[in-house]
Design a protein around this ligand. Structure first.
Ligand SMILES: Cc1ncc(COP(=O)(O)O)c(C=O)c1O
Length: 398
């Protein structure tokens, strides 16, 4: 197929649910993507947070190659070795409890929402979420995503969700009623604009959940697996959530989601209460084991901290030259640059110059390279961004 054939086939046969860019990628290695014309791009937003270990990491490829010739799928009424190993590994790396495996972030959050309903025992069901949160597109996850642009057209949504401003302790406490059962939060809002929860806020959530017997649900779908410079973002705050959801980076590119609930409440989910045909198959769980091995072997978390620091410091230094850079914020390699101008032209110009980033909420550039990105690649990416900002500044003075 030529590039034009691909565009025409999409036009004819695929729903236009995404704003697609006119590029057809055919190969990926680490932080580099190659398109159908052979042009190379630095990918500083790999798979929207999926390819944390870079495209086609050797450990993931070896794991998948090994498994694909043995057993690809196994229904969940049988035991699987890789699922057992992966559950044990996630618990070892986070907190003690039990896992439910599914196929995506939205599904992991659906599992968490259903789990909270069970925890509430029919009397308590309200989940407090935060404004600008993003938890997924299925109806339950969407109800927990209080953004008009995503919810519009899909009413009625499931009931029982109350949204409060992020990082606002007073608003959080004021939202608690006798029906409240959980607080569900991204510790760093991703799609919402790289908003980092303050330590005081997270401590207040933990205290509230302890005092009122609520579940603290941490959506680590985007922050998990080393992204913030720790294996999980909750580690920055010296607390443990009661429920954690994972997806994106967990499968190294293969679709997997997971919900972990702490052991003292794990008994609530009993046979027949929840399920999915594909969840936690031998293939995807083997890939996820490869991801953990890759992160450990290549010391990616330390690298994420080191490169994250370099990029954040350089971006902050750039603010002096470009006053339209309103704020630089983030944790580890989850970096946001808020602009006072529209981000789309910056994004487009970066793409034209061979750099892939993301723009969210209209004015926040989201930069989240793979955790094994090299310093040389980070320097090159910021050189490109600096050139694009120079053009932006010139256009603003014309
Ligand atoms: C924090 C968070 N939660 C949930 C989701 C939904 O994940 P998925 O697209 O795999 O359903 C996303 C996706 O961007 C996310 O960023």
């Amino acid at each position: 197929m030529t590039k034009q054939d691909v565009f025409e086939a999409y036009d004819q046969y695929v729903f236009p649910t995404y704003t697609r860019l006119p590029v057809v990628f055919v190969k990926g290695k680490g932080s580099v993507l190659t398109d159908i014309d052979g042009k190379k791009y630095l990918d500083f937003f790999p798979g929207w947070g999926v390819s944390n270990v870079g495209h086609c990491h050797p450990k993931v490829m070896a794991a998948v190659r090994d498994q694909v010739s043995k057993l690809i799928h196994l229904p969940n009424n049988f035991f699987g070795i890789n699922q057992a190993k992966l559950a044990r590994e996630i618990v070892r790396q986070s907190f003690d409890g039990k896992l439910f495996f599914c196929n995506s972030g939205a599904e992991a959050n659906e599992a968490a929402i259903k789990f909270a309903r069970l925890f509430g025992g029919g009397e308590r069901f309200e989940i407090i979420t935060t404004l600008n949160a993003f938890h997924g597109r299925t109806l339950g996850a969407l109800a927990a995503t209080p953004q008009k642009k995503y919810q519009e057209g899909f009413a009625p949504l499931p009931q029982g969700f109350v949204a409060v401003p992020f990082n606002d302790i007073k608003a959080l406490l004021a939202a608690v009623t006798p029906r409240t059962v959980a607080v569900m939060i991204e510790l760093v809002q991703g799609e919402g604009g790289i908003n980092v929860a303050t330590p005081e806020y997270v401590s207040a959530i933990r205290r509230l959940c302890d005092d009122r017997n609520l579940l603290f649900i941490a959506d680590e779908v985007q922050t998990g697996l080393g992204r913030t410079g720790k294996m999980f973002a909750f580690e920055h705050y010296g607390i443990e959530p009661d429920v954690m959801t994972l997806a994106k980076g967990l499968g190294g590119g293969l679709p997997i989601g997971a919900m972990l609930a702490r052991r003292s409440v794990a008994h609530l989910l009993q046979p027949g209460m929840h399920g999915t045909t594909f969840g936690g198959s031998p293939l995807v769980t083997k890939a996820a084991l490869g991801v953990f091995e890759a992160i450990r072997r290549d010391k990616m978390i330390a690298n994420a901290r080191r490169i994250g620091l370099y990029m954040t410091e350089r971006l902050k230094a750039m603010q002096a030259r470009f006053p339209f850079m309103v704020d630089v914020r983030g944790l580890g390699l989850m970096i946001g640059v808020e602009l006072s101008v529209e981000g789309k032209p910056v994004f487009d110009e970066c793409l034209a110059r061979g750099l892939i980033i993301n723009c969210t909420q209209g004015r926040v550039l989201r930069i989240m390279p793979a955790l094994n990105v090299t310093l040389k690649q980070a320097v090159k990416a910021l050189d490109i961004l600096e050139k694009v900002f120079t053009v932006t500044a010139q256009q603003r003075t014309i």
